[in-house]
Design a protein around this ligand. Structure first.
Ligand SMILES: [Zn+2]
Length: 379
């Protein structure tokens, strides 16, 4: 018999799986899933452990996706309990990963167990796609797992990602997409010289100031029906210079853009490179730019399953969840390449914080929600 959601959540929190360490977390899941009849494949990419587990062989395949790695606890002295010793205080389970997202995985597994007891011969299959590499650079996790499944022609018909999507109360928010994210690292290269002889040097500093002012003032868009406006933030500026009478040779800056589906990383690169080129041509400086794209903007257009999930959540929580694309990136950006997918999990208020916690009643409710989603999906 598999564990209840609380017992399993505690068992997972006890594994100090600070990204990219697994610390036994995926074996805890595999053990519980096998006892429910799942076939478990533990798949390693480099030093990262991943799990694909499946119950049943037929179609449709309903998938749950998530991660067992957690962010570091930070200053342990600030915690009121040991972050890797699950504690219950005032009806709250406290520990690192309590809402992001070990307890959510525990709820889904408990939901499958309850669903299976009532529906021994359901038509279709249930799968779990769990990685140990979400909170870090995330290159050996879901991204590769999705490629692997595609190669094996594994079909997923719908996927729910169990990330904490609710800002304050369980039931408030389903995520149906995410904005894209691109980081640019810009270097302006001039010629070093004496400040009293500027005609013999090329100062990259004013060029950088001008460029940053220009990109800061680009009006990217006003947002769309489903997305908030895109925004560009300058996050680093640097000139290495130890003297006050030397014009520096180089200036650097880093910026990040969160963009909606009115743009792609390529359209943004083109726009920005134009600005850099113009500014450098005038000043006779040169530039180097390197971009890192974490993900493009995407949306899963709400279909019948999305509506069913929305109605199921409303029935149990008495709140009609908003369909949103807010927040940072998530692994949904990889999964949407093989399956329509939405995100729904716990309340994320304390995620990544000290004393990360989840209410015990939310755990029961989320299990009930997942169970009813399964029941409605296979009806
Ligand atoms: Zn997470």
């Amino acid at each position: 018999m598999p564990s209840s959601e609380l017992k399993l959540a505690k068992e997972l929190i006890r594994c100090p799986s600070v990204t990219p360490k697994d610390a036994g977390a995926l074996n805890v899941l595999a053990k519980n899933l096998r006892s429910l009849g799942f076939k478990c494949q533990l798949i390693n990419f480099k030093n990262i452990k991943n799990l694909y587990a499946k119950l049943g062989k037929s179609s449709p395949n309903f998938c749950y996706a998530g991660h067992t790695d957690v962010v570091p606890p930070g200053n342990i002295k600030e915690w009121s309990v040991d972050p890797f010793k699950p504690s219950i205080i005032n009806n709250k389970l406290i520990g690192r990963g309590a809402n992001d997202m070990k307890a959510s995985i525990a709820c889904f597994i408990a939901a499958v167990s309850k669903f299976k007891t009532k529906n021994k011969k359901f038509k279709g299959s249930i799968s779990l796609l769990i990685t140990g590499d979400e909170e870090g650079i995330a290159i050996n996790g879901t991204k590769k797992l999705v490629k692997y499944l595609k190669k094996k022609r594994e079909k997923i018909n719908f996927c729910i990602v169990g990330e904490p999507t609710n800002p304050n109360r369980l039931g408030e928010m389903i995520k149906i997409g995410r904005r894209g994210s691109i980081t640019g690292r810009l270097n302006i290269i001039g010629t070093q010289g004496h400040v009293a002889y500027p005609h013999d040097a090329k100062n990259p500093a004013p060029v950088m100031v001008k460029i940053l002012n220009n990109i800061e003032n680009i009006k990217l868009d006003k947002g769309t029906k489903n997305f908030q406006p895109s925004n560009l933030e300058i996050v680093k500026m640097n000139i290495e210079n130890t003297a006050d009478n030397v014009i520096p040779a180089e200036a650097s800056a880093t910026f990040n853009i969160r963009f909606n589906n009115k743009h792609s990383s390529n359209s943004l690169k083109k726009k920005l490179n134009n600005i850099f080129q113009k500014a450098c041509k005038k000043s006779k400086c040169s530039f180097k730019i390197s971009y890192m794209v974490s993900g493009e903007a995407f949306i899963t257009v709400p279909n019948n399953t999305t509506k069913m999930i929305q109605n199921t959540i409303k029935k149990i929580t008495k709140i009609k969840p908003k369909l949103s694309t807010s927040g940072g990136t998530s692994d949904a950006r990889f999964i949407r390449k093989i399956s329509p997918c939405v995100e729904f999990g716990l309340v994320g208020k304390t995620m990544h914080k000290v004393d990360e916690a989840v209410s015990i009643s939310d755990l029961k409710k989320l299990t009930n929600i997942y169970k009813n989603i399964l029941a409605n999906n296979f009806k």
